[in-house]
Design a protein around this ligand. Structure first.
Ligand code: GAL
Length: 375
């Protein structure tokens, strides 16, 4: 030691000061990456691969323009979930005006899963075409050989054109009435009965807020807000995860759900969603089913807290549920606290999912660590 020059110690202390070394989660606070920059991965999705966690999310820029996709999907990696390393842009927006993925379009809620059969990482995301608001309602796919990218954009599309879901008969379809006029007093019932579904039957169903879920047997599902955000569609993916199969259901028709996030515990599938208030928070909803393509039942608002906290899901909107590796029944609820006026400043709300009478619940914890999980 005595041979080391003084300069070595100066270098080390500067280096250490620039590092962040988190040992707890502090929901809603700035969260710095290994370069000391607030993590920029909103509407995120997570993947655990070869002993490392990866976080993929919307890279936002400052101001309102940040609500559009100006850069792409940002990736981070972590061994311990507290400290995240910047892995750069995994999927870049295109400068080619002929590309659907051109800079300035909308790309939200990217999710990545690994397909063992084709040995590729497959990213799906909500995609809206440039200068068309939210009317295109497409789901997009990109593929990479490496977890952190570069992901190669494949295509974006609507879903299930000309195909009926498993839980909607030809008779129901024939009876469904298309809504001619928005002030129709029977609009809600007509939506439940398949008005928008029938309207979009030939061209394909809308897909906005979405997530992916991979079951223990490797079967993957795409879950999305469809039918003008009135109904969720849950679709089984093909074996290579690159497309949807014809096995799909309408879930909660007319239920007005967005921001789906799915997890599985004790052979039951749980899904968090939000209501429809854009960037503003609203009460979370929880539902349960015995199978992904089964009969989903509502369990109501999972939040326990003050009336205000329950009304706004602790000022957040769900994006993912992350199972903690190596611990049983340990799940983290991951949500966004959006800042649409300055999108880059959006915050992350991570809360431990607690179980009361075996039902998942969410409570505000301002500072916590993985030791809250007892298993
Ligand atoms: C939210 C949705 C976000 C984004 C936003 C735009 O409801 O969850 O992903 O689409 O609306 O207003």
């Amino acid at each position: 030691m005595k041979h080391l020059p003084q300069a070595f110690f100066c270098f080390c202390s500067v280096f250490i000061m620039a590092q962040t070394n988190y040992t707890k989660f502090e929901p809603g606070q700035l969260w710095l990456d290994n370069n000391g920059v607030h993590i920029n991965a909103h509407g995120g999705g997570f993947l655990f691969h070869d002993g490392t966690y990866y976080w993929f999310g919307e890279h936002k820029i400052s101001g309102k323009l940040g609500n559009k996709a100006m850069v792409g999907v940002h990736a981070y990696s972590s061994k311990d979930l507290y400290n995240w390393k910047d892995e750069g842009i995994a999927l870049s927006m295109s400068n080619d005006p002929k590309s659907k993925l051109i800079k300035g379009c909308i790309l939200e809620r990217p999710k990545v899963i690994y397909n063992k059969k084709i040995k590729k990482f497959v990213m799906w995301f909500h995609h809206e075409l440039k200068d068309q608001g939210y009317s295109a309602a497409l789901t997009g796919v990109a593929v990479s050989d490496n977890v952190t990218g570069p992901y190669i954009y494949q295509d974006s599309f609507r879903l299930h054109g000309g195909i009926l879901p498993l839980n909607f008969t030809k008779q129901q379809f024939d009876k469904a009435e298309i809504i001619e006029n928005d002030s129709d007093p029977n609009k809600k019932q007509k939506v439940i009965d398949g008005a928008y579904f029938k309207r979009d039957f030939e061209t394909g169903q809308m897909s906005r807020d979405m997530t992916l879920f991979v079951d223990e047997d490797g079967t993957a599902y795409h879950i999305t807000a469809s039918e003008e955000n009135q109904t969720l569609l849950i679709s089984k993916l093909s074996d290579d995860y690159l497309s949807v199969t014809d096995d799909y259901i309408r879930a909660f028709p007319g239920g007005r759900n967005e921001a789906p996030a799915v997890f599985k515990k004790d052979d039951k599938y749980y899904m968090f969603t939000s209501g429809l208030t854009g960037w503003k928070p609203n009460p979370a909803k929880l539902s349960v089913s015995d199978s992904m393509l089964g009969n989903w039942k509502s369990l109501g608002n999972p939040c326990i807290g003050t009336d205000e906290e329950k009304a706004v899901t602790f000022w957040s909107q769900s994006t993912y549920v992350l199972p903690v590796e190596g611990r049983n029944n340990s799940f983290i609820f991951i949500a966004d606290r959006w800042r649409p006026e300055n999108a880059i400043d959006g915050r992350y709300i991570w809360l431990p999912i607690q179980f009361e009478n075996n039902i998942p619940v969410l409570k505000w914890v301002s500072s916590w660590g993985l030791s809250v999980f007892k298993n």
